[in-house]
Design a protein around this ligand. Structure first.
Ligand code: GZL
Ligand code: ZN
Length: 329
């Protein structure tokens, strides 16, 4: 930070000298001319996926609360509207701004090698939160996330225990190419491998309620209500969309067609208590505190682990009813 302040100061003096001679540079000198000159805030650029789901809103809230000025941060926030190219451009912006650290919730796993290398060359540490990337882990300081694969296993094991008879399964997949979509599918498939649950179709609903509804409408048209026994939704928002489609088809979600979902956001838990969803595996979005602590440790030169997993629980309707009033999201 010291080095950057000095450089910014020199740039500012240079620009002031230029403007004094009437040929002011068009660039915004230093960029922090408006800085109150107060304490040394850690400047962090946070590249969020977008605002695709209830889970994402809770995660953004948690991150903004943790990377606050009173906690010693100056946060620049970017939401990339689920567009991987826009998200990479936002990270490039952060590098050009010369922030002290960058935090990313990468929409998809691939395509990160170049920009992460640029951050490394610019001596700006990167911490991943929530999802992870396929790039080598020497290109980021740490990943604060969740064990998506285990979330899929927990969902699949519940299905295996509760569906002994031949069962027709359809899957509402998360964003194509994202770590949670890849890993939740893999974990679930492994857990149902030697059961009589047959996956007849699987399609992405992009983690959104509308996406889940549209895909489920397509499945219902293709197979009919009687042709589907079970839905595995990679997140609650898509499960809630599927519930709308099933009810519009005159069937009863949670009975005629059972639903398993992941996230355990408020709306999902309420549908679970209503028995419209039968089982939910939690995916904890409250990662802000942990991520902020790791950014500080990295900037203090401390050694940090490459991976920090936040634990997930799972809920039946009865368990959801017990905890609903005490949950933070
Ligand atoms: C998982 C997170 C996923 C959630 C979705 O940690 O990346 O993205 O499961 C969200 O609800 O959109
Ligand atoms: Zn998760």
């Amino acid at each position: 930070m010291k080095k950057k302040t000095l450089l910014a100061g020199i740039a500012l003096l240079g620009a002031m000298a230029l403007s004094a001679t009437g040929c002011a540079s068009s660039t915004d000198a230093g960029g922090d001319g408006g800085d109150s000159g107060g304490g040394e805030l850690i400047t962090v650029g946070f590249a969020q996926t977008g605002s695709e789901s209830g889970w994402r809103s809770a995660n953004t809230e948690s991150m903004k609360a943790a990377f606050s000025e009173e906690n010693g941060f100056k946060l620049t926030f970017n939401a990339a509207d689920n567009d991987p190219a826009a998200q990479i451009a936002a990270v490039r912006d952060f590098i050009n701004q010369g922030v002290d650290a960058i935090v990313i919730a990468p929409i998809v796993t691939d395509g990160w090698d170049d920009v992460l290398q640029e951050a490394k060359d610019a001596d700006i540490p990167v911490v991943l939160e929530d999802r992870t990337v396929s790039a080598s882990d020497d290109l980021y300081a740490s990943w604060v996330g969740l064990d998506f694969r285990n979330e899929g296993v927990m969902a699949g094991e519940w299905a295996a225990e509760n569906f002994a008879d031949p069962t027709k399964l359809v899957v509402l997949e998360g964003t194509t190419g994202s770590a949670p979509a890849n890993d939740r599918a893999e974990g679930f498939d492994e857990a149902i491998a030697d059961t009589s649950i047959e996956k007849i179709d699987s399609q992405t609903g992009d983690f959104t309620r509308d996406g889940g509804k549209k895909v489920m409408e397509g499945f219902l048209q293709k197979y009919g209500v009687d042709g589907i026994d079970l839905v595995y939704a990679h997140n609650d928002d898509m499960a809630l969309g599927a519930i709308e489609a099933i009810e519009a088809a005159g069937a009863t979600p949670g009975e005629d067609i059972k639903i398993i979902s992941i996230d355990a956001v408020k709306d999902g838990m309420l549908a679970l208590i209503d028995n419209k969803i039968n089982f939910i595996v939690e995916c904890n979005p409250l990662l802000g505190e942990l991520a902020a602590g790791i950014v500080k440790d990295v900037l203090d030169g401390k050694t940090v682990d490459k991976t920090y997993f936040v634990t997930d629980e799972s809920f039946t309707p009865e368990q959801a009813a017990e905890v609903i009033d005490s949950r933070l999201y």
